[in-house]
Design a protein around this ligand. Structure first.
Ligand code: ADP
Ligand code: ZN
Length: 732
């Protein structure tokens, strides 16, 4: 390891209390340290703050952080200070004399970090002040706000366009959790980033469990879900303000500490309710989508949607507020098809036809998510252009119920031929009626009982056909176009199945227990001690007037209740405990743990060993399986051979190899993929970027497969990783 690397890793441990970097953090930190501009899309909870806080500590000068979330600044500053970072903020909420105080400290170079709202930069002379004070770099949070293409454009952000011109020598690092390719390009252009390091992290949130249940008794269903999260914080989203109020009242009447939040409440009340939730004095906040932007709480353990969200972006963001600390959390969507109509009414009132069309399309995709019984995680990620490589994600209702692959080529052909013979002009239910042999009025009127496929599939029930259509849609063999009553059409992939050129099988849920809501999550920590430590945390938080998660995250407390540290050194091995936090908060926790062990000596022996060596955050079994496939590739086996040998799908193996290669490996890529294809793909990836596979595969029109593209992408990323070694001696 180079001395620079050792330095960074030390800071990571000693200041932040983390063993390893998360995906992408290291390369971002290194780029910033090297003075390069950065543009990074990382999901909520992905660990963006560390990406600028760590270099801010290491570099000379102050790092200015621009953020629109005024309500968050205090917490962010408290949180940075609790780590021992010299941080402060300036925004309109500060009294003039405090503001001057902060400015003075800034001018004297006493700050590592200074948080600002964008409008501050518009204040006369402020930018010239920035020219005078030595800056390490400028970090721009929520960078999508600068783009009119994004979903949260803020005119205030436009002022940032002039930063590069006015402060040409100060590197810029822009971060956001949501940016499509178009928005990304727009942000880079507007900020005038110079040859930035581009990072797009995976949007997968492995610790979130997704579940969809048909909505029947909404209040009771919400209550049941909350009851399974006793003492844990959660958000309930409702569509209308009236439903927010009603639900909050219903829960209060049942002894659950819940408060409402919506834009109709006076701002003072809103603030109070949010703070009560933030500080763990109420368990549940019932809210419209107005709630969330200003919330940084890391220990939200569940998010319930009582109504269908308008689109997948919203759903992803709202559910994304759960489990920021990386500990397991639940997302429950109560789905009722009627919501489509309700939301559709709003859409129909939109003025522009274009907006209507887009909104309908997004709503339909959201409805599909509720309805289509394939892996929820796969669906969510594919919405963001990402392909989830595993067959079974293990953390959504569809995958967890147990699924098995069922051959269905003949059945798929039955459906498709019914579509074909009726001119591809009908929706799913009509096609199902034909195949199942129904004699509805419409069928007889149209003479569809006379066609050859009428009734050929009467050996299966309608739900079977519905699921098959869902699976064909998800596999891109069919497409549904038009709204609100989409019609089914064949795609080229569908043609292949219909004409027997390829087969089709799909995942079927083995046992459906619709009402099963209890999710068995192993609690591998001592819950009794956890309750005690939570109280200690709450007391400290109240004394310091900060939210409890600023003291220690749930994840830190869970580890304390698993490893029972009683000495400062052992405490330092706990996730999230660095030198500053140990000195400031460690003692009362050490005392409680010692007392607990005195009363429960049996845990002295059973306490699991402390995580002393650096453990990468990746799931070890996932790591192993990747490694196993990688080793076979190193031995010269082809994708198909590895798939056969391991009894896994080729796509799964391709996913493994992508990861394996991205870490640098000895695989002979030209044996695996072939020189010609490698060259073609390298060229296209360098032209179109490595974020998405589809454009690259499409551009090479049938010359390469997705699997091959995926493997080469890993290879390219892996050789990038390795590049610095060619200039300097490799660390051994
Ligand atoms: P974001 O701003 O991207 O939503 P945060 O910066 O708030 O995410 O980080 C989310 C959580 O992840 C925080 O609780 C943080 O302490 C934790 N975290 C960040 N980096 C790491 C890491 N390298 N290892 C472990 N936990 C981390
Ligand atoms: Zn799944």
């Amino acid at each position: 390891m180079s001395s620079e690397n050792i330095h960074i890793t030390k800071k990571l441990r000693n200041v932040f209390g983390f063993e390893t970097f998360r995906q992408n953090q290291k390369e971002i930190v290194e780029a910033i340290l090297a003075g390069q501009d950065v543009f990074a899309v990382m999901p909520t909870g992905g660990g963006k703050s560390l990406c600028y806080q760590l270099p801010a500590l290491l570099l000379d000068g102050t790092c200015v952080v621009v953020s629109p979330l005024i309500s968050l600044m205090k917490d962010q500053v408290d949180s940075a200070r609790s780590l021992g970072i010299a941080a402060d903020y300036i925004n309109s909420s500060l009294a003039a004399h405090t503001r001057n105080d902060v400015l003075n400290r800034f001018k004297k170079g006493k700050l590592d970090l200074l948080y600002l709202a964008p409008e501050r930069l518009a204040v006369k002379d402020f930018i010239s002040l920035l020219e005078e004070v030595p800056l390490s770099f400028i970090a721009i949070d929520e960078a999508h706000c600068i783009s009119e293409w994004g979903h949260d454009f803020r005119p205030d952000y436009l002022i940032l366009s002039s930063l590069k011109k006015q402060l040409p020598s100060v590197p810029l690092a822009a971060f956001t959790a949501t940016a499509t390719q178009t928005v990304q390009n727009d942000i880079i252009k507007r900020l005038q980033l110079k040859n930035p390091l581009l990072v797009r992290a995976s949007f997968n949130r492995p610790n979130l469990f997704y579940r969809v249940l048909p909505r029947n008794r909404v209040m009771k269903q919400i209550e049941n879900c909350i009851m399974q999260h006793e003492g844990e914080a959660g958000i309930v989203y409702r569509l209308s303000r009236a439903d927010v109020e009603k639900t909050a009242l219903y829960l209060q009447e049942r002894g659950i500490k819940a408060l409402p939040y919506h834009a109709g409440l006076p701002s003072q009340r809103r603030f109070q309710n949010q703070e009560a939730f933030n500080r763990d004095t109420v368990q549940v906040i019932v809210a419209t989508v107005a709630f969330g932007m200003g919330i940084d709480k890391s220990n939200i353990r569940f998010v319930i949607h009582g109504d269908l969200p308008k689109n997948m972006e919203g759903y992803y963001q709202e559910t994304g507020r759960a489990g920021r600390d990386g500990e397991p959390a639940h997302c429950l969507l109560l789905y009722n098809r009627g919501d489509m109509m309700r939301l559709g009414n709003f859409i129909d009132q939109m003025e522009k036809q274009e907006e209507q069309t887009v909104a309908w399309k997004k709503l339909t995709q959201m409805g599909d998510f509720g309805e289509i019984a394939t892996c929820r995680r796969k669906q969510l990620l594919s919405y963001f252009g990402e392909i989830y490589p595993e067959d079974n994600c293990g953390a959504c209702d569809v995958c967890a119920q147990g699924v098995e692959k069922v051959e269905a080529t003949t059945e798929a052909q039955m459906l498709m031929s019914a579509m074909y013979r009726t001119g591809q002009r009908f929706g799913a239910s009509h096609i199902i009626d034909i195949v199942a042999g129904a004699r509805t009025k419409r069928i007889t009127e149209l003479g569809h009982d006379k066609i050859k496929t009428h009734g050929v599939g009467s050996h299966h029930n309608k739900p079977y056909w519905r699921r098959l259509i869902d699976a064909l849609l998800a596999a891109d063999c069919l497409k549904a176009t038009g709204s609100p009553y989409p019609i089914l059409q064949l795609t080229p992939k569908g043609d292949d199945v219909l004409f027997g050129r390829s087969s089709f099988s799909f995942l079927q849920i083995i046992h459906t227990k619709e009402e099963q809501t209890k999710q068995q999550l192993p609690t591998d920590y001592n819950t009794e001690l956890f309750a005690i430590l939570k109280k200690v945390r709450l007391t400290l938080a109240q004394q310091e007037d900060v939210p409890p998660f600023v003291i220690f995250s749930d994840k830190s407390l869970h580890e304390m209740c698993r490893f029972f540290p009683t000495q400062p050194n052992a405490m330092l091995a706990i996730h999230g405990v660095g030198q500053a936090k140990l000195a400031r908060y460690g003692e009362p926790f050490l005392i409680e743990i010692t007392t607990f062990l005195e009363n429960n000596p049996e845990y002295r022996q059973t306490g699991a060993p402390l995580p002393t060596t650096s453990q990468p955050e990746t799931d070890t079994t996932a790591g192993q399986t990747v490694h196993e496939s990688g080793k076979l590739a190193e031995q010269g086996l082809s994708l198909a051979e590895i798939a056969e040998k391991r009894d896994l799908k080729e796509t799964t193996i391709a996913g493994h190899l992508e990861k394996f290669l991205a870490q640098g490996s000895n695989v002979n890529i030209d044996v695996l993929i072939g020189v010609e294809k490698r060259k073609l793909l390298e060229e296209k990836f360098s032209e179109l970027g490595t974020d998405f596979l589809k454009p690259v595969v499409d551009a090479l029109k049938g010359k390469v497969s997705y699997n091959e593209a995926r493997v080469i992408r890993g290879y390219i990323l892996g050789s990038k990783e390795a590049r610095p070694c060619s200039d300097s001696p490799c660390p051994s």
